[in-house]
Write a protein that binds this ligand. Structure first.
Ligand SMILES: [Zn+2]
Length: 316
């Protein structure tokens, strides 16, 4: 549909140009109709990295961590929420209690779209106590933030309703996302057309793993990567280990991306993706060295572009 529309526009312009020259009119460039950018924009990787720089600063100012129950976590929440509010999202903080401390999910709705067809993208915002959590999971949190801001910038009018979520206290066992799912109930869950999860998308020795839980959601990603000639593998390491699990357990279709964690890269994976065989995808997983230096910029940028494509496609 979109390609045909573009081709027709190009034909019209060509005919107009030919008619113009046939009539002996002064040659002038055909007036192009304003491009209708129905496909997702390319997300600026530097903007995602800058958000990670802010999360690093927040950790630095708060004892080196952004873990649940710390001032660093609340500052992370405030940072994300302020950007979304300024861009026109309707946000709310959903509170819960875990381990004796107050936790927060940030839920951001893009006004409009069919509320019976909700497309959700989420990422956990908390780190472990041991470090600033820049790959795990500042990367996913910043990636979906920049995609959300791109939705606002494009003034996207999706057919479906778009919702973004930043989960609290994932590291203790998906506490925030489980709270959300419980609070939403069966009727609310039935309106979620798909939940996409992004947990670690900028691993320093990256791979490109696509959740294989649902064929339709998987294909949106694998088609995009195939068009970029980037090999993917089905994601298996994180099954049940991140915030998609509470959704999947309640029958919601889930998808997502992952660039690898504490496992080591095989020879075959190094051959297809580059990087170092025998080394962990993320040697700083859950350690104090999961800092701004612990990010592969290309993986971060590529995966964020893939998220944008999925959000545009699935909500259109
Ligand atoms: Zn994580």
């Amino acid at each position: 549909m979109r390609r045909a529309a573009l081709a027709a526009g190009a034909c019209t312009a060509l005919v107009a140009a030919l008619l113009g020259s046939a009539a002996g009119a002064q040659a002038s460039p055909p007036t192009a109709a304003p491009a209708r950018t129905l496909s997702a924009p390319d997300i600026d990787g530097a903007a995602v990295k800058a958000d990670l720089g802010e999360l690093q600063k927040i950790a630095d100012a708060n004892g080196g961590t952004r873990a649940h129950g710390t001032a660093g976590y609340k500052a992370s929440v405030d940072f994300i929420q302020a950007k979304l509010e300024a861009a026109g999202f309707t946000t709310k903080l959903q509170e819960f209690t875990s381990g004796g401390a107050k936790g927060y999910n940030v839920i951001a709705d893009w006004p409009g779209g069919d509320s019976d067809k909700v497309v959700m993208a989420g990422a956990h915002l908390d780190s472990v106590d041991a470090g600033p959590g820049i790959n795990d999971n500042g990367s996913g949190a910043a990636g979906i933030l920049e995609v959300a801001l791109a939705v606002a910038k494009a003034d996207l009018k999706p057919a479906g309703h778009l919702r973004f979520a930043w989960w609290g206290d994932e590291e203790a066992g998906m506490v925030g996302s489980s709270h959300y799912v419980d609070a939403l109930g069966a009727d609310g869950l039935a309106k979620i057309d798909g939940y996409l999860n992004f947990d670690m998308i900028g691993s320093p020795n990256p791979g490109y793993f696509v959740y294989d839980d649902d064929a339709r959601l998987e294909k949106v990603f694998t088609d995009w990567f195939a068009a970029k000639k980037i090999a993917t593998e089905p994601e298996t390491e994180g099954d049940g280990r991140s915030d998609h699990a509470p959704f999947k357990d309640r029958g919601v279709k889930v998808g997502g991306l992952y660039s690898g964690g504490e496992r080591t890269k095989t020879e075959r994976q190094a051959a297809q993706w580059g990087g170092t065989a025998g080394e962990e995808f993320d040697a700083c997983y859950h350690r104090s060295c999961d800092t701004l230096k612990n990010i592969d910029d290309k993986a971060l940028d590529t995966n964020t572009d893939a998220i944008a494509n999925a959000v545009w496609e699935l909500s259109s």
